[in-house]
Design a protein around this ligand. Structure first.
Ligand SMILES: Nc1nc2c(c(=O)[nH]1)N[C@H]1C(S)=C(S)[C@@H](COP(=O)(O)O)O[C@H]1N2
Ligand SMILES: [Mo]
Length: 331
């Protein structure tokens, strides 16, 4: 996130995503990544791959394979909708991802992730629970009825999208874990596998694996969601297959991908970004237009689909539902 926000979204007054993707490919072929750097033979070599590569497809395949296709598409839950904003096309949201385990280059994540098979998969449940246990993909996909929810999503870098997630309320999974009364927080840990995740091998200055945490009342809120799918099919790898958490009122980094452990604690756990850059990323990180990031304003956001800029909403538009969870200081 060091450079994060603006290098792509803000660049050059582009008006359509085709112009944007077209220009990216051209820049890449010339040896320019997201940022202008002096062309070197090495960069040209790498860039040439970009020119030969196919542009992003309209849709991306599930990283768990076809095994759970019978569960999709799930029934839409009409309580949750992002209207009047338009749905962000899969082609756009699926080729503009933050998933640092692969690469920090948002436009390249889908290509680097496309051969990753997220099956089999085991999730450990530990800490302050009645009994520690683990579960697998069949449990995850078939324990609870799946539904589709249309949510807004807001990255701390000031870009936003609107997507239909498929899954179930996080509260149901928490109940299944049987936390003890003394548990006050829940912590989740993403996959650690440097052999298959090039970012974990290359960017060793980060405290891998990725980890996040919430106060239990936040995690049990009706909006807190377990996503197993998006756009009516199981998650493609770049979205965090086989499952992730989605907290739509918080900045996107509080929606961790590809989770392998859930732990209940009595004291507040650290989080990946707060531990890595404490001055920039807090524990709650609720979307707040009035509280600028130390390096940029959060007053407005850019829609990655329409490319419109619009005002940021408190709690990303979910204030009526979640504001009551927080004191002023926590917002
Ligand atoms: N494990 C893991 N989870 C992650 C990230 C990451 O790098 N690794 N990036 C976060 C950030 S900063 C954002 S904005 C969202 C992006 O989700 P998307 O690529 O599905 O849009 O994922 C979040 N979850
Ligand atoms: Mo983000």
């Amino acid at each position: 996130m060091r450079r994060a926000p603006r290098e792509i979204v803000e660049e050059g007054g582009l008006t359509s995503e085709s112009a944007y993707f077209g220009r990216r490919e051209v820049l890449r072929a010339l040896g320019f990544g997201g940022l202008a750097v002096a062309a070197s033979p090495l960069l040209l070599g790498r860039g040439a791959t970009g020119l030969l590569a196919q542009p992003a497809p309209e849709t991306f395949p599930p990283a768990v394979g076809p095994k759970y296709d019978d569960l999709f598409p799930a029934k839409r839950n009409k309580t949750y909708d992002f209207a009047p904003l338009p749905e962000t096309p899969e082609k756009i949201s699926g080729s503009y991802n933050n998933f640092y385990e692969f690469t920090t280059d948002k436009a390249r994540v889908w290509r680097m992730a496309k051969d990753f098979v997220a099956s089999p998969w085991t999730v450990q449940v530990k800490g302050a629970v009645e009994k520690e246990f683990s579960f697998d993909l069949d449990d995850l996909f078939r324990w609870f009825p799946l539904e589709e929810r249309r949510y807004r999503f807001r990255c701390v870098e000031a870009w936003a999208m609107q997507v239909p997630w498929t899954g179930f309320p996080l509260r149901q999974l928490i109940d299944r874990c049987k936390p003890l009364g003394k548990a006050k927080y829940v912590r989740v840990v993403s996959i650690l596998d440097p052999e298959r995740l090039p970012g974990q091998k290359k960017d060793t200055h980060w405290p891998w694996p990725y980890y996040e945490a919430y106060r239990l009342d936040e995690a049990r809120h009706e909006l807190a969601f377990v996503a197993l799918g998006i756009y009516g099919h199981a998650l493609p790898m770049q979205f965090g297959a086989p499952w992730r958490i989605v907290m739509p009122w918080k900045y996107g980094f509080k929606s961790p991908k590809s989770i392998v452990a859930i732990e209940f604690t009595e004291t507040r756990p650290g989080t990946f970004w707060n531990d890595a850059v404490p001055k920039e990323y807090g524990f709650f990180s609720n979307v707040n237009p009035l509280k600028p990031h130390p390096r940029w304003s959060q007053a407005t956001e850019r829609d990655i689909g329409t490319r419109d800029r619009r005002p940021t909403l408190p709690f990303n538009g979910y204030a009526d539902q979640v504001a009551k969870l927080y004191t002023g200081a926590e917002f």
